[in-house]
Design a protein around this ligand. Structure first.
Ligand SMILES: Cc1ncc(COP(=O)(O)O)c(C=O)c1O
Length: 435
């Protein structure tokens, strides 16, 4: 496609966008009376307008029905979480019984490791990626120590080659084969939070299984962003947060996938609570735990319905639009952003290095850009001019134009603001050198 870096052309792309109307379903922070250009859907998605209504519904039911709301609310609270399974299953490519929504991401990964990190004899090592998201590093290290192993020995990191920004599948598979029968678990981020690289989850899962290990995925940056086929890929387990691309609200609940082959395994270790108990018998208050069918057996406490309400509001939009339409727009808007960056690069002295893979199959919504010759002032300039993005050391901005609510015009306008920020600094530098 021959893109153009003009306002007219960006508007033309917006007019062809089949899901453009969804932009109006979200609330944008304002900057000088206009919507901000929002690039941090990979951190906290915007608020869907319907979220408040879903929360108010529960507040009203609570006011009018109090405890009776558990059974007689508009959407009864006792099985509120079940409204997620079917819709969430479509987002992650699973069967409805394989997904559930509970707790928060790191908590869920810990709980899933109770079931899927079971070191024994010489099989005790965990393979993860180098520089994994810090919470994953702490989680994995504390699990290993909990089982009385030394993290230096029990955690094996997959590394990027010198001078390369991304992982190579062949290196990941080679590492899995090298650790071989010592490998108890492979646990990696499906989309790398720093670079936006999408890993080849199917191949890696197969390689892990071939050496007899369990394979789990942290899908924080994948859910609602890329196509997932967790059942087909035979993934053992996965978890994701919902506040990024899934727009559920700050710190909100996590989704979990547990492959159906584990659902009726009687001896699978699991931390249990009453919400995982057979729902027909839950209120009989029996002493012995009888697991629910499916991933719901991993539930522990009763569902935090007030928190789940905005998540449900957003999930219903995902269901309406569908991942294929989101992915189609995502590919186009990210390609346009990439084009705009290259065009601006030609007009300024500093240079941008996009460290996210250029191949569409290996990336989702995020482009991570190394700003050579620029510093944090440029990031500050963007923020002061209505562009919300984020900055990661040493010199990287992450740009994630969520297809639900970002427009092609946003990409064009961003390019202009970025150019002006760089030119302003170049001019100031020249003046200060002259002075
Ligand atoms: C890749 C990744 N893993 C784990 C987490 C931690 O999520 P939580 O704080 O919800 O446990 C995050 C949060 O941003 C993340 O990006």
């Amino acid at each position: 496609m021959q893109f153009q870096n003009t306002l007219e052309y960006a508007r033309e792309l917006d007019s062809q966008d089949k899901i453009a109307s969804y932009r109006d379903q979200f609330i944008f922070p304002q900057h000088e009376g206009k919507n901000v250009i929002y690039f941090t859907g990979n951190s906290l998605g915007l608020q869907p307008k319907s979220a408040k209504k879903y929360v108010d519904e529960i507040m009203t039911d609570w006011a009018n029905l109090a405890v009776e709301g558990h059974f007689y609310a508009e959407k009864p609270w006792w099985d509120y979480h079940e409204r997620f399974s079917e819709k969430l299953a479509k987002v992650v490519g699973a069967k409805p019984a394989e997904v559930t929504v509970m707790n928060t991401l790191t908590v869920n990964l810990h709980l899933l490791m109770v079931s899927f990190y079971r070191p024994e004899g010489k099989r005790y090592k965990i393979i993860c990626e180098e520089k994994a998201f810090p919470s994953d590093q702490y989680m994995i290290s504390s699990q290993v120590r909990f089982h009385e192993y030394d993290p230096k020995d029990a955690i094996v990191e997959i590394r990027r080659r010198d001078g390369e920004n991304n992982f190579r599948t062949e290196d990941i598979i080679a590492k899995i084969n090298e650790v071989g029968e010592e490998c108890a678990l492979v646990l990696i981020g499906g989309v790398n939070y720093y670079t936006g690289q999408v890993l080849e989850m199917e191949k890696i899962t197969k390689a892990g299984h071939e050496v007899g290990a369990f394979v789990g995925w942290d899908l924080a940056h994948a859910a609602g962003n890329i196509e997932l086929k967790l059942s087909e890929w035979k993934v053992d387990f996965a978890a994701w947060c919902s506040y990024k691309y899934m727009n559920s609200g700050p710190g909100n609940a996590s989704g979990c996938f547990i492959n159906e082959k584990y659902h009726n395994q009687k001896d699978i270790p699991r931390f249990e609570g009453w919400w995982g108990h057979n729902k027909e018998r839950r209120f009989l208050m029996e002493p012995e735990f009888q697991p629910e069918n499916g991933a719901d057996a991993w539930q522990i406490s009763n569902a935090p319905v007030l928190a789940l309400a905005p998540y449900l509001a957003s999930l219903e939009m995902f269901d309406e639009v569908g991942m294929p339409a989101l992915i189609e727009k995502r590919n186009k808007i990210v390609a346009y952003l990439e084009f705009v960056l290259h065009e601006i690069d030609k007009e300024v002295e500093s240079s941008f290095e996009i460290i996210t893979p250029s191949n569409q199959e290996e990336r989702g919504t995020q482009l991570s850009v190394f700003l050579h010759g620029e510093g944090r002032e440029l990031f500050n300039y963007l923020m002061e001019n209505g562009v919300i993005t984020d900055w990661r050391e040493p010199n990287v901005i992450r740009l994630a134009p969520a297809p639900f609510y970002c427009s092609f015009e946003d990409m064009y306008q961003f390019g202009q603001i970025l150019k002006n920020g760089i030119l302003k600094k170049t001019k100031e530098d020249r003046v200060s050198k002259r002075d």
